[in-house]
Design a protein around this ligand. Structure first.
Ligand code: ADP
Length: 189
């Protein structure tokens, strides 16, 4: 059975960086980032990419069908026993869609959902400081934060009730956060 970990966190929480570093340290871990996968689609110049860009540049979620298809494809193609995906779920419907999918897939089990916690101030400073793309400005940041925060309590509650939620303090150095997260993942596999 492959083991799946999800990482969620506000924009600027560092979830993609943390997961990338962990995957680099271990041959048995594959990492995918929903944001990176959608940005790659946008960069390809495809029609789908153009559509995705219209959502992403405003800080809105891409449509549910695209999000669930992307994560299911990532799970199916992952060649290693451990899969780490960051950026999913970001809505209740995404969470339920994945839950339904996992109930039908006997090859993979959700081991834990790791939430990287940062305050809004830290998140804003990091996002505006790195300015990675068109969605990294104050106004779009506000919307991304709102979109992230709105379903958060329900998402936390859902995984908490299954005993699958772990919070990690994201307001430390990358080394400290990665060391913590890595230790946690290793303890579960
Ligand atoms: P951040 O966490 O800093 O917002 P990401 O790289 O995770 O950055 O996501 C960038 C954008 O990609 C989001 O604002 C959203 O438009 C889109 N996106 C990422 N993950 C999802 C998802 N699970 N569902 C819908 N849209 C997503």
């Amino acid at each position: 059975m492959q083991k799946l970990f999800l990482i969620i966190g506000a924009p600027g929480s560092g979830k993609t960086t943390d997961a990338q570093l962990i995957a680099k340290n271990h041959e048995n871990i594959t990492h995918y980032s929903t944001g990176d996968m959608f940005r790659a689609e946008v960069s390809s110049g495809s029609e789908l990419g153009k559509t995705l860009n219209s959502y992403m540049s405003a800080g809105n979620l891409v449509p549910i069908e695209v999000a669930i298809k992307t994560i299911v494809n990532a799970i199916k193609k992952a060649p290693t026993p451990v899969i780490v995906i960051d950026g999913y779920p970001r809505s209740i419907e995404q969470m339920e869609a994945l839950d339904n999918y996992l109930a039908t897939d006997n090859e993979v089990e959700l081991v834990n959902v790791i939430e990287v916690e940062v305050s809004e101030d830290v998140a804003r400073d990091r996002v505006l400081g790195r300015a990675r793309g068109a969605d990294d400005n104050n106004e779009v940041f506000d919307n991304r934060m709102k979109v992230y925060t709105e379903p958060l309590a329900d998402i936390q509650g859902f995984y908490q009730s299954k005993n699958l939620l772990t919070k990690i303090n994201g307001e430390r150095t990358i080394e400290e956060i990665v060391a913590d997260m890595d230790k946690f993942i290793q303890s579960k596999i």
